[in-house]
Design a protein around this ligand. Structure first.
Ligand code: IMP
Length: 422
């Protein structure tokens, strides 16, 4: 057992990247297991902000190995930009960054399809328009291009020509959009192949060998539990599995390799895009959380919807993922509120329920408790005992009622703003 997992326990944007950066110092290999460039992982080091969409944020730690697993859909243009940006900052990428040969490639045709589909459909999802749904659909339809395929000219030509033809038919005939010139797509692949040829490996084999050699591995999730295609608020979800099942499928590791599962949990809750959100706060307090918490999408810049902490959602995240430890993030953002609400249950059809319904979330009314808030700025606290009593009570209340051991608190964007809780 050499493997820990960091999973978003809500609707994404829980502050995973910062925690992955924190864990990375004691880890040998960091692996991203699902999603694509829809994720925007932000890490602040010495006041400098780094945003990653594909490469694990652990790359900022010298000497660590970073991997994109088979469960990810890889946008070659975004990845090439990310590699170039890191190299320009003097961060070595070659030799310590690898991509699974079984990861799928996401192309401009997928992005155009995603955008056209959003315009076309009656119920908007509010996707990031990064082509995620169409790329995973191609994988399921068995017409996708895997990273390993780009090194075989015949396979690549045949499969890619077919996919471009099919997507162009949809774009032109269904959505009345411009088709893509195949040369443009082939040119992107060719640039990508030139740059990454030495980085493509069988990552499942690499990871199993590393575990046998006693290496420590961190599996990095993107998005969060409630955006999971199977367990989230369908259809307002992403097209992959951010939950623990996705961590295994997206890397090729097995359950016996996993030692701990950290649920990265924001001290309040946010959601981007459409879909039900029972504890959403409209008005002044929601606006305060958005501004103070910098709640704007790192990928799209969209304002995030903000709400009170939701216990039925977290309990479900614990059960589905087997979360062993909670990391409570952004606790500092709540400073200044006189009263803080927490949803302890929902009311559905006049009855109180304490679980997260799979299809009727839009019908529930949250049942709240109110806890006293605190005035003090807590971003300089370096241990639990330094927190104001009300902040301690709030964190302990969440720990007790969620049934998840509180292991870490993050109280600011910088690396130094993190402490262990015993
Ligand atoms: P898609 O993943 O771009 O298809 O978007 C589907 C839904 O997931 C939309 O509501 C997006 O706003 C949401 N989403 C996708 N990626 C993220 C993320 O990294 N953080 C938060 N929400 C996300």
């Amino acid at each position: 057992m050499g493997c820990i997992v960091a999973i978003g326990a809500q609707w994404g944007d829980e502050g995973k990247a910062k925690m992955i950066d924190y864990f990375s110092k004691d880890i040998d290999i960091i692996v991203r297991y699902q999603g694509g460039a829809n994720a925007g992982h932000t890490v602040v080091v010495d006041g400098v902000k780094h945003v990653f969409h594909l490469i694990p944020s652990g790359i900022l730690h010298e000497g660590k190995i970073c991997i994109i697993g088979n469960g990810v859909v890889v946008d070659p243009e975004v990845l090439l930009d990310e590699i170039e940006l890191l190299e320009n900052k003097g961060i070595q990428v070659e030799g310590r960054f690898f991509i699974s040969d079984a990861a799928h490639i996401l192309l401009p045709i997928h992005k155009a399809f995603d955008e056209a589909m959003e315009e076309f459909r009656s119920h908007k999802i509010g996707t990031t328009k990064r082509g995620i749904g169409p790329a995973y659909s191609d994988k399921c339809l068995r017409i996708g291009i895997r990273v390993g395929d780009i090194f075989d000219e015949d396979i690549l030509y045949e499969r890619l020509s077919f996919d471009i033809k099919l997507k162009n038919l949809y774009l032109e005939k269904v959505f009345s959009k411009q088709p893509f010139a195949p040369e443009k797509i082939f040119e992107i692949i060719s640039r990508f192949r030139d740059k990454v040829s030495k980085m493509v490996i069988n990552t499942a084999h690499y990871l199993h060998t590393a575990i046998d050699a006693g290496k420590k591995i961190l599996l990095e999730g993107a998005q969060g539990f409630a955006l999971d295609i199977d367990h989230g608020t369908y259809p307002f979800v992403t097209s992959s599995n951010p939950t623990i099942g996705g961590a295994l499928l997206g890397t090729g590791l097995n359950i016996f390799d996993i030692e701990k599962i950290y649920g990265i949990t924001k001290a309040y809750i946010t959601r981007v895009g459409e879909g039900p959100f029972p504890t959403e706060i409209k008005g002044e307090i929601g606006e305060m959380l958005r501004t103070k918490g910098g709640e704007f999408g790192a990928t799209t810049g969209r304002p995030r919807r903000c709400g009170w902490f939701d216990l039925p959602l977290i309990r479900q995240a614990r059960r589905i993922n087997g979360i062993t430890d909670m990391v409570l993030t952004k606790l500092d953002v709540l400073s200044g509120l006189k009263v803080i609400k927490i949803a302890i249950a929902y009311k559905l059809n006049g009855k109180e329920i304490d679980y997260f319904p799979s299809s009727q979330l839009h019908r529930v009314e949250p049942v709240y408790v109110e806890l006293p808030g605190w005035e003090e700025d807590i971003s300089s606290c370096t241990c639990f005992d330094e927190l104001p009593k009300a902040a301690q009570n709030y964190a302990r209340y969440i720990e007790r009622e969620s049934g998840i051991k509180l292991s870490l608190i993050s109280n600011g964007a910088e690396r130094k703003n993190t402490f262990k809780v015993s």
